[in-house]
Design a protein around this ligand. Structure first.
Ligand code: GRF
Length: 196
């Protein structure tokens, strides 16, 4: 079984979509671990309900990013995790994780990258008054939403769209796209060229 870990910091609607896809057999994988840097995040409750193991930590109680990432890597290795899936994990990945999981870390971003990287991509698109934005799944490198793009879809920005309306349209697309891409990559064993 393809063992994946999901990293999240917030509500976890993408975590839920991934878990639902696993439940339906659309995604042939097991979520072996949720990694969360916010002990009060809603995603933790979602994982609890599904009996998915959780590793939660408070970053500023560690001396550095390298220190907490070493802990994360130990957890990932203990669960024999093959692929890391970032789903609203609000931190840059550091050297320790990048080295341990090179080519095996994915992220989803709510824009058609390279447009609108970083925080509040939905707000950035509305502010820029563009006719379309999108969703991007990409490999993670040390930059902010800069890694190689795997798949993208375009999402229209409609006249009169509120932030909530646009966000909902984007999230619906994310919830379809991310599980499908994860499954495709795992089935093809194209994750960093590694087969376990
Ligand atoms: C998603 O829009 C994702 O693209 C971005 O963070 C958001 C997380 O939302 N990276 P959720 O916690 O999955 O609901």
């Amino acid at each position: 079984m393809n063992r994946i870990a999901v990293f999240a910091s917030g509500s976890g609607s993408n975590f839920q979509a991934i878990a639902d896809a696993v439940g339906k057999g659309i995604l042939q994988a097991e979520i072996s671990l949720l990694v969360c840097d916010k002990p009060g995040a809603q995603v933790i409750e979602r994982a609890r309900k599904l009996h998915i193991p959780i590793f939660t930590f408070v970053p500023n109680t560690f001396a550095s990013k390298a220190h907490f990432e070493k802990e994360i890597v130990s957890e990932l290795e203990a669960y024999n995790v093959k692929l890391i899936v970032l789903a609203g994990y609000m931190r840059l990945i550091g050297e320790v994780l990048l080295e341990a999981y090179e080519g095996r870390i994915l992220n989803i971003h709510p824009s058609y990258l390279p447009a609108f990287p970083g925080k509040d991509a939905v707000g950035q698109a509305l502010e820029a008054d563009v006719a379309e934005t999108g969703v991007t799944v990409h490999y993670v490198d040390s930059g902010m939403d800069t890694g190689p793009i795997i798949e993208q879809v375009k999402i229209p920005v409609r006249p009169g769209d509120t932030r909530e309306m646009l966000q909902k349209r984007i999230q619906n697309a994310e919830h379809q796209l991310y599980p499908a891409i994860i499954n495709k990559l795992l089935q093809k064993d194209t994750i960093g060229g590694l087969v376990q």
